[in-house]
Design a protein around this ligand. Structure first.
Ligand code: BGC
Length: 416
């Protein structure tokens, strides 16, 4: 009897001990703007609620270029963070280095294969094993507009074609306001560029030129038209755009200084953080000519191999939390994106998110669902970097002719 009760106590202690295994989770991310910081704070809260210690490793810089550089040096020096915000083909590149942890046990227990669209699950896996956990789905081909500015300028409907857009931009200019709020990093230029390419050239052109990097498409007459349109958009930005962060450009729209911004729906996180309401204070619409298409951008956390048992447990909890319903709802409400987990209730989400969720499903059926190149979802980092540089050079230097711009971009696309 005594022995049994001793045994029971011992068992209870072991169980209590293992439940209390908590660890530190160091998370590298680049969510530092108002809306982004609010979003990531929710993940921290959930992890702390599970008893873990959150070590925040934020590297400022929209689009994550700075974070990617810092990550490289940490991994190379043998001291990786538990998790890092990376995505698309970069996940595969890291996995092929043998430094990512296998998340299959968590994925199996949490039924990720059933809860994720296949197009997303495939990106999270390397050789069939999960190595990253997806957070959300961002749509990139959005155009944001301030309702009061449009009214002041006499723009009565949201432009649906590029011709309508330029007519509206002209009116805004005449009203003494900035037509297009834009910033100054190459990923911002490319965010606009890929929406122009999609709107002017259509889905097939986008796929051929920017995903398959087909030389014929890249040097076609359509590409010429894309660059002409892209340069025309630049003509409606202000002289102070170079060097500006994306969220400061969004602030110009929020504060009624500018009419439009071409940006993914993390911009909506800024509108929300400022208390603005879609349909009233601002408009979300697909970039001109792109209503039937959807450039997707899935944020995700890749997990790095760690030795400490507590840290491994924290890492598994982080992966499970990211895919959990609580996080998927609250994070995405703040972030401007939609849940990546299928069959989530959308009743708390606004109309922009509902449109995004519907279009994600619809475009997946029609073939209009395409990965964003600007946001690292489509092509290998080397070619992506080279094309981005060529596009930004063209955007920044009006002396580069359209013909030379076409040639430079095609040449960059051949980078291995
Ligand atoms: C990321 C978003 C982020 C944005 C601006 C995108 O590439 O996917 O999560 O908010 O960059 O930093």
């Amino acid at each position: 009897m005594l022995k049994l009760s001793k045994l029971a106590t011992a068992v209870a202690l072991v169980v209590a001990g293992s439940a209390a295994v908590a660890g530190e989770v160091e998370v590298l991310h680049y969510w530092t703007s108002g809306g982004e910081a609010k979003s990531v704070a929710e993940l921290k809260k959930i992890m702390q609620g599970k008893g873990h210690t959150w070590k925040d490793f934020a590297v400022a810089g929209g689009g994550g270029d700075n974070a990617a550089t810092v990550l490289k040096s940490r991994v190379v020096s043998g001291n990786p963070p538990a998790a890092a915000q990376i995505k698309g083909p970069a996940i595969q590149e890291w996995a092929s280095e043998g430094v990512l942890a296998n998340l299959d046990a968590t994925a199996k227990a949490e039924k990720w294969d059933e809860l994720l669209p296949k197009v997303v699950a495939d990106v999270m896996k390397y050789k069939g094993n999960y190595v990253a956990a997806p957070v959300n789905v961002h749509r990139v081909n959005w155009m944001w507009a301030n309702s009061a500015v449009l009214k002041k300028a006499g723009v009565t409907s949201t432009p649906k074609t590029w011709d309508e857009f330029f007519a509206a931009a002209e009116k805004v200019k005449k009203a003494g306001l900035i037509p297009v709020a834009h910033g100054g990093q190459n990923w911002q230029d490319f965010t606009t560029f890929e929406s122009v390419a999609l709107g002017v050239g259509g889905v097939k052109f986008y796929n051929d030129a920017l995903i398959k990097l087909d030389e014929k498409a890249l040097t076609s007459a359509t590409m010429t038209k894309v660059l002409e349109t892209f340069r025309k958009v630049k003509g409606y930005t202000d002289a102070a755009a170079p060097g500006r962060d994306w969220n400061l450009a969004t602030a110009m729209v929020i504060q009624e200084k500018a009419a439009f911004q071409f940006m993914g729906d993390w911009a909506k996180g800024e509108f929300s953080a400022a208390g603005k309401v879609p349909g009233k204070d601002y408009v979300c619409a697909a970039a001109p000519g792109t209503a039937n298409a959807y450039t997707f951008n899935v944020d995700s956390f890749a997990m790095y191999k760690l030795k400490d048992a507590g840290a491994q447990k924290a890492q598994a909890d982080l992966a499970a939390s990211i895919m959990g319903t609580e996080f998927q709802e609250v994070f995405n409400l703040n972030k401007g994106s939609i849940p990546v987990r299928l069959n989530m209730k959308m009743d708390k989400f606004d109309d922009c998110a509902k449109t995004s969720a519907k279009d994600f499903v619809d475009t997946a059926k029609t073939g209009g669902l395409v990965p964003s190149v600007a946001h690292g979802m489509a092509i290998k980092p080397a070619a992506e970097g080279a094309i981005k540089d060529a596009v930004s050079q063209f955007w920044n230097d009006d002396k580069i002719s359209v013909a030379d711009g076409v040639k430079n971009i095609a040449k960059a696309a051949a980078t291995k």
